[in-house]
Design a protein around this ligand. Structure first.
Ligand code: M6R
Length: 609
């Protein structure tokens, strides 16, 4: 959500920034802009829409400069217009600012700046307030002006600042919103995410909350909130820049769907000994801890929340501990029953989702033990947790989450199995059986991917539909929610997921001739019940696409088409059942001509409330 790139050095800031912003496109945005220092002035250019619009607009301009900041904006305060795009500047255009996040007291500050200083605002944004504040406080010391401005601001933000009166520096501030600093030779960078910088640097500093960094061509100094300089370890990024490229696939989403077998193996390998024992290195969950917990909350948003729904089934079944799953934006405002007997599990791909982070803090404040399941190493959720279980999916670029979901599921199974063994609710033999099943998933998943062409054919018949229902029972109901979300977020089809048994309590009224129903029937013990639910919708004219395990061919009698997944234990079937749904959503979206990797109105990482 919004992207920042800044550069200071001997290179051409404009090209480096545009290139970096393109790497951040996955975060979601609706306008882009850049400010560079040139001939004693700040030159600011902005365009609505895609970065290429901006690139084209400035392609013939001589904006050669060694200092600049750029931004992709996802509108919050004010419409997605050129005027509201970043960078924003102060009254005399000597200070330019790019900003991610929200300044909560911006209305108050705006009024104050107008009344006290006669500032006339040019945009509707909260960001312009920052530029104007720095402008009025500037008295020959940019760092001082930034500190004084920050002192007035409430909210969550990451900002980049340049000033035409001090063209030898680039200043960055972080509060809640992520910001990394790239360390080059005779140049330094800022960015809101690592992929933006990988072409240029592999050594990074991760800025912590309430820290300010002053970047010059040859140095980076980080200061804390009291303006004391702080030491920071260098993070060396080992993953390849290619991990954030499409590698021949049409879309990141498809590439990431295909990366799932590898991601799952990696997640398993990190936590299993060659003998199949689960090792939770760095996670200090003891038998006593577990006995102390009387409940577990799993809290997350979107796809991660759906992984939590399946996690609940796994933990309750294998470790016999009551689990509540909550969406993070609700959890924090409902005064939940949390104390030191609560284990709070946060699930997040990015580790920067503001609602999840806020819920985590709320739980921590009340004494809960925090375990997080996170993909991005060193992210805020990871850093603020007592224990972290990384998903090792590799960078996920497409807005629609796929490999993060399946690796999150693997983590939830491993946590459930580990707890079950620790508590004694699961025998070694049973645990071994589950581990064996998990290890067989990557190969089974490859077999589903081989059916891609069949799913594309089904999509060709269905892509014009305007309403879809996903139904399932037990763990399949969690997968239904995920299938429905995938479809609606990338194809913009109105889709709805519901526990199959709940259908008849109201929603079935919407089923009519030709309504598409995707029915997940992968649970052996619930298979017959599902067949009855399928019959109920068939009787009302629905067109049914069934998902079942190989061998359960009875479903063909009630369905219009069926995709089979390889046989597996009921508990782990979500790992397989979700894949045809990801592919279905992908092909339907493609046939409808949608922007698959960057769906409208969405952002990869939602860092605002
Ligand atoms: O980074 P997180 O896992 O915390 O993100 C949570 C949701 O915003 C995310 O899963 C979202 O629902 C995805 N776009 C779904 O594909």
């Amino acid at each position: 959500m919004c992207g920042i790139v800044g550069y200071i050095g001997d290179g051409n800031a404009k090209d480096i920034i545009i290139d970096g912003l393109k790497k951040l496109e996955y975060r979601g945005y609706d306008s882009a802009g850049i400010a560079v220092y040139k001939d004693g002035k700040l030159e600011i250019r902005k365009r609505r829409g895609r970065i290429v619009n901006l690139e084209e607009a400035i392609s013939n301009e001589d904006l050669q400069s060694g200092l600049g900041i750029g931004h992709t904006r996802w509108a919050t305060h004010g419409a997605p217009s050129e005027l509201n795009s970043h960078p924003h500047s102060n009254a005399d255009n000597t200070v330019a600012v790019v900003h991610n996040g929200i300044i909560e007291n911006f209305a108050e500050l705006r009024e104050w700046l107008s009344k006290e200083y006669g500032i006339v605002f040019r945009s509707e944004t909260d960001t312009e307030v920052i530029a104007q504040l720095i402008g009025i406080y500037y008295d020959g010391d940019l760092l001082d002006a930034v500190y004084r401005a920050v002192d007035k601001m409430r909210g969550a933000y990451a900002i980049g600042v340049i000033c035409s009166k001090e063209p030898d520096k680039l200043i960055a501030v972080r509060k809640e919103s992520p910001l990394v600093i790239g360390l080059g030779t005779d140049c330094n960078f800022i960015a809101s995410d690592i992929p933006a910088l990988l072409k240029y640097v592999r050594e990074l500093y991760l800025l912590e909350n309430n820290e300010t960094a002053v970047l010059t061509r040859n140095a980076v100094v980080i200061y804390d909130a009291e303006r004391k300089s702080v030491k920071r370890d260098v993070l060396h990024v080992t993953w390849d820049a290619a991990a954030a490229e499409k590698e021949g696939y049409d879309h990141f989403m498809m590439k990431e769907i295909h990366e799932q077998p590898k991601g799952i193996s990696e997640t398993l390998n990190r936590r299993l000994t060659p003998e199949g024992e689960i090792v939770l290195d760095g996670i200090s969950l003891t038998k006593e801890n577990l006995e102390n917990f009387n409940k577990i909350y799993i809290v997350a948003c979107g796809t991660a929340y759906h992984a939590g729904l399946v996690g609940k089934f796994a933990i309750e079944k294998l470790a016999r501990i009551p689990v509540e799953v909550d969406v993070a934006s609700e959890f924090r405002y409902r005064d939940p029953f949390v104390d030191d007997k609560t284990l709070f599990i946060a699930i997040s791909q990015s580790g920067e989702t503001l609602d999840t982070l806020a819920a985590l803090r709320e739980a921590k404040k009340k004494g809960a033990r925090i375990l997080s399941v996170v993909n991005v190493v060193g992210s805020s959720v990871a850093r603020e947790s007592d224990d972290v279980f990384y998903t090792w999916a590799g960078p996920e670029i497409a807005v629609a989450s796929t490999k993060a979901y399946t690796t999150q599921l693997v983590c939830m199974y491993l946590i459930a199995l580990y707890m079950g063994r620790l508590k004694g609710t699961l025998s070694k033999a049973e645990c071994d059986k589950y581990i064996g099943e998990l290890k067989s998933i990557p190969e089974k998943l490859e077999r589903i991917l081989e059916k891609e062409a069949d799913i594309e054919e089904i999509a060709k018949q269905l892509y014009k539909t305007e309403q879809v229902f996903f139904i399932g029972r037990g763990p399949d109901s969690g997968v239904s929610y995920e299938g429905s979300l995938k479809l609606k977020e990338i194809s913009y089809i109105n889709s709805f997921a519901i526990a199959a048994g709940e259908l008849k309590h109201g929603t079935i009224a919407l089923i009519e001739q030709g309504t598409l129903v995707v029915a997940l029937a992968t649970q052996d013990r619930l298979f017959e019940k599902m067949l009855s639910n399928i019959q109920e919708v068939k009787a009302r004219g629905a067109y049914v696409m069934g998902i079942a395990k190989e061998g359960n061919t009875d479903i063909e009698k009630q369905s219009d088409c069926v995709i089979y997944i390889p046989d597996c234990m009921d508990e782990v079937s979500p790992l397989l059942a979700v894949v045809p749904l990801q592919l279905l959503a992908y092909y339907i979206a493609k046939l409808r001509g949608c922007d698959i990797d960057k769906p409208k109105n969405l952002a990869k990482s939602v860092t605002v409330e």
